[in-house]
Design a protein around this ligand. Structure first.
Ligand code: F6P
Length: 357
């Protein structure tokens, strides 16, 4: 008999259900007796013992379903060692629930923050296998996370739609793309959508260079310019500030987000009409794209195989086109970012795309 706990933590994304279905199918098909305990709303469910038993029926019809059948929540790692409002030790509570249910393993689906806690639970002696989810694709130890390709599709669609209206009106348009502190999503959606300027956190921008590119397009007779701007894009001046100075500056920041600041500066300097579109959480929503369905199913089935073999303490990742096991201690606390000299950036520049640098 194998008793497996499962939870999804942090911001949701497409293909979480497909990944869990992959794990469950592999386990149920193995012929072993398996019980799956689905903890509700992320680590909260494990802390407070909120779970429901999952059977084959729960995983039927979910391959194409966005969101997560278990619900999710953010339980910040920096607060995990702090007692809750009733004095409960969260880490001890998670361990107690694990042992009370006599679990063999926890399957944890999540991004960066989730992996820090998963690694902590591993170091506390629990058996853990994780799966890399996030639209940001910023998880260390894997070339790809599920959710990313679906989000690229949605952000690209947004840029495609903006293209036609930008062309009709001869305007400058900014599409602000999610991705937290990394630029994978913006870079890929920007290239796929034919953006003229792509601003990502890893390559701080100079507003004068951005304007230069817009004016170059004006001179060449292009009536519109499209910018794909990462929500975490940062100017060269701000990138020079210390963490403390930047925090201080942001206290008095009046723009809803960086795109609105960039829009105002472009408008002031060029006289162009500038509009901002923020697709926001639509990028995390809806049905997973076929790539993510297949990818998440592959990762999930490998997690199932590892559980059956008792191979614990790993994230199931993807490296050089192979599904691989990555030790959790290597993943936790590290961010994967776009290298400013990555070949994709060089190729984008050859296409004439400006990064404002
Ligand atoms: O990490 C996924 C993500 O969607 C980021 O791209 C974004 O910065 C963040 O989550 C938004 O978080 P929330 O859903 O808590 O607003």
């Amino acid at each position: 008999m194998k008793r497996i706990g499962m939870l999804t933590s942090g911001g949701d994304c497409q293909a979480l259900n497909a990944a869990m279905r992959g794990v469950a199918k592999c386990l149920f098909n193995s012929g072993e007796d398996v019980e799956i305990y689905g903890f509700l709303e992320g680590y909260k469910g494990l802390i407070y013992g909120n779970f429901r038993m999952l059977t084959g029926y729960d995983f039927s019809g979910v391959l194409t379903k966005g969101g997560t059948i278990l619900g999710s929540s953010r339980t910040p790692f920096k607060l995990i060692r702090e007692p809750d409002e009733n004095g409960l030790d969260k880490v001890e509570a998670m361990k107690q629930n694990y042992y009370k249910l006599r679990l063999d393993c926890l399957v944890i689906l999540g991004g960066n923050g989730t992996h820090k806690t998963a690694n902590l639970l591993r170091s506390e002696g629990l058996n853990v296998v994780t799966l890399p989810k996030t639209i940001d694709n910023d998880l260390w130890g894997t070339d790809m996370t599920f959710g990313f390709q679906s989000a690229v599709n949605i952000a690209t669609d947004a840029i495609d739609c903006i293209h036609t209206t930008a062309a009709s009106h001869g305007r400058v348009f900014i599409v602000e793309v999610m991705g937290h502190k990394v630029g994978y999503l913006t870079l890929n959606a920007g290239m796929a959508g034919g953006a003229d300027i792509i601003l990502i956190p890893e390559i701080p921008y100079d507003i004068d260079k951005v304007i230069e590119k817009i004016e170059e397009r004006d001179r060449n007779g292009s009536k519109f310019t499209i910018l794909a701007v990462a929500e975490g894009a940062i100017s060269k001046e701000d990138a020079k500030l210390s963490k403390k100075e930047y925090k201080e500056k942001m206290k008095n920041y009046t723009f809803p987000s960086v795109s609105y600041e960039i829009a105002q500066r472009i408008q002031e300097k060029t006289g162009h009409d500038v509009r901002v579109t923020v697709p926001g959480h639509t990028q995390r929503g809806g049905s997973p794209c076929p790539y993510d369905r297949v990818f998440a199913s592959r990762l999930g089935s490998e997690a199932g195989r590892m559980i059956l073999k008792g191979e614990y303490g790993f994230m199931v990742g993807y490296k050089n086109r192979e599904i691989v096991k990555v030790p959790l201690e290597e993943v936790a606390g590290k961010l994967k970012m776009v290298a400013p000299d990555a070949s994709i950036v060089k190729e984008a520049k050859l296409l004439g795309i400006s990064f404002g640098d």
